[in-house]
Ligand binder design. Structure first.
Ligand code: 9D3
Length: 271
């Protein structure tokens, strides 16, 4: 049931509420970001006026007959480069509609790695301006003149910045006041922060010979809490030791992780 586009042209901006978080997006392909703004947590935040996503295309700021937005790179080489004038035109139009002090980012494979700490910083800003490149990138002078911060979403090559912009929008929106319901936000500031998730199960109790762990059926909430914390610690230790090194463990957590290690060592011997 896709409704009207949630990513709207910049001139159709709503009346700005004080608790509204505006996000400007410069992109040639707003259609790639729109699904994120139409569904789930971000979709509801848009509907409720907690965030607003404004879009401008560099295409609208061309003056030649062919609406040229890109050109060949100086020095030669493959691909095309987004041109200075149309891109700055789109950025300028959005800046007029955004408050002073927005964080201005360009999504780029050459950027600093996006993570939860940066998402939290961005959520504390009065709004966000995201520039999504296509082709081989944008003319470097756009980044310099607009003082854009270069941000990457991971070490792999995408075809453009739009999906990365959608990732940033989703991660930031979840941290804005009022965006998550009580149940969801309760999960956020829990003691499991900075750890991978624990295993989840739902009905039926046994399927294809695989049973739900006994502890989860008993209703002993303290045992369940400790089992989940142990599994979260164990998985993080095995899969993401970098996350564990960045986190201080309390005494209970150290004990539970030691238990996990002992149990997984004896399990290794059995296999
Ligand atoms: C070395 C020449 N190019 C590789 C084909 C560099 C390059 C240009 C353009 C690499 C990627 C892109 C398009 N990617 C993005 O715009 C992008 C991105 C990414 O590719 N990976 C992770 N995060 C991001 S944010 C934007």
């Amino acid at each position: 049931m896709p409704g009207p586009p949630a990513v709207v042209a910049a001139e159709t901006r709503n009346t700005g509420k004080s608790d509204m978080y505006p996000i400007g997006v410069v992109s040639l392909f707003a259609e790639l970001i729109d699904p994120v703004a139409q569904h789930g947590v971000v979709g509801r935040a848009c509907e409720r006026g907690l965030i607003e996503i404004l879009h401008e295309s560099p295409r609208a700021f061309t003056s030649d007959r062919h609406r040229t937005v890109d050109d060949r790179p100086y020095g030669g080489g493959p691909g095309m480069v987004l041109c200075y004038e149309p891109t700055r035109g789109a950025i300028g139009a959005l800046r007029q509609r955004l408050p002073a002090g927005v964080r201005a980012l360009v999504l780029s494979a050459q950027g600093r790695a996006f993570d939860g700490a940066l998402a939290a910083e961005l959520a504390r800003a009065p709004g966000l301006l995201l520039v999504a490149g296509r082709y081989e990138g944008l003319d470097e002078r756009i980044i310099e003149a607009e003082e854009l911060e270069e941000v990457s979403v991971g070490d792999y090559v995408l075809s453009g910045g739009e999906l990365a912009a959608a990732v940033v929008i989703d991660a930031v929106a979840r941290l804005l006041p009022g965006v998550l319901g009580h149940e969801e936000s309760g999960m956020r500031d829990s003691h499991m922060d900075g750890l991978l998730g624990y295993p989840q199960y739902t009905r039926p109790e046994v399927i294809d010979g695989m049973a739900v762990p006994e502890v989860l059926l008993g209703g002993n909430h303290e045992r369940i809490r400790r089992w989940r914390l142990k599994l979260a610690l164990g998985r993080t230790w095995r899969r993401r030791p970098d996350l564990l090194r960045a986190r201080v463990l309390n005494e209970e957590e150290r004990e539970l992780l030691d238990e996990y290690r002992v149990e997984s060592a004896s399990a290794d011997q059995n296999s």
